[in-house]
Design a protein around this ligand. Structure first.
Ligand SMILES: C[S@@+](CC[C@H](N)C(=O)[O-])C[C@H]1O[C@@H](n2cnc3c(N)ncnc32)[C@H](O)[C@@H]1O
Length: 248
């Protein structure tokens, strides 16, 4: 809990539905699904409502990464930290010793720092202001202990109109740009993408003879997004496959 009020134009804590602009009113009803501690003074920008990862999903992703990644991979970069949805969930998970949160928009980053204080995990996060492609290249070349998590902008709501979303058209960064940029610096890359993402495109980037694990994340039975896990993430699926074969 912090008593700090937003002190800058464009950063808000709306405590009443009448304060929400018309186009964001639906989020009033979802505010506690997005942030369990919303009433403890969470700060948001207008844009952040569209992109923030809801807390139950962010927590589940943190658990999945923590449990499936090699045990020694205890440092994670959140390349597109936004207002902190995922970075805070990683910091709250005991598996991670350190979280690097990169965000290029200063107001959004100010919200993320504040929100991490609300959740009491600000000390565990190293904040990096700027462009993630540049920062990762400059600061993390040669570091083999890191996992890169990326929840990029999806380019508006275009993805929801298509049965299958063409990831080569995602704006401003398509799958090729994301995967090639991040896989240069880490063998463990997790991408958070639209639920309708083209799975064939995702599979094409699986390194060598490895598989890519895809997990859908749902709220109230409906998929909100998926994560593609590239690298040595062990979900125990080979054991499950063997068990399934035994049953046949
Ligand atoms: C979908 S939002 C991330 C939401 C975040 N996972 C959360 O829960 O709050 C994408 C964020 O990436 C930021 N961004 C876009 N391009 C970037 C870049 N090249 N480097 C760093 N941040 C970037 C945007 O400002 C935006 O805040």
């Amino acid at each position: 809990m912090t008593d700090e009020e937003p002190d800058e134009q464009g950063i808000y804590h709306w405590g009443d539905i009448s304060q929400f602009p018309e186009h964001l009113k639906k989020y009033w009803h979802q505010r506690f699904r997005i942030w369990q501690c919303y009433n403890q003074g969470i700060w948001m920008t207008e844009d952040a409502w569209f992109g923030v990862t809801p807390e139950p999903i962010a927590n589940k992703i943190a658990v999945h990464i923590a449990e499936s990644a090699p045990k020694e991979k205890t440092v994670i970069i959140d390349a597109f930290a936004g207002v902190g949805g995922n970075a805070i969930a990683f910091a709250r998970n005991e598996h991670f010793d350190q979280v690097f949160a990169i965000e290029k928009d200063p107001k959004t980053m100010k919200c993320a720092k504040h929100n991490a204080k609300v959740y009491g995990v600000d000390k565990k996060i190293v904040w990096c202001a700027g462009d993630c492609f540049d920062i990762i290249k400059r600061r993390f070349s040669g570091n083999t202990n890191i996992i890169i998590f990326a929840s990029p902008p999806w380019g508006g709501t275009e993805y929801s109109h298509d049965d299958v979303f063409d990831l080569s058209k995602m704006e401003p960064y398509n799958l090729e740009k994301l995967y090639t940029s991040f896989s240069k610096y880490s063998k463990h890359v997790v991408l958070y993408l639209p639920r309708t993402s083209d799975l064939n495109q995702l599979a094409r980037y699986a390194p060598g003879d490895k598989k890519v694990e895809i997990a859908h994340y749902c709220i109230m039975g409906a998929s909100k997004a998926l994560c593609a896990y590239y690298g040595d993430f062990d979900f125990g699926s080979e054991n499950e496959e063997a068990a399934a074969e035994d049953r046949e």
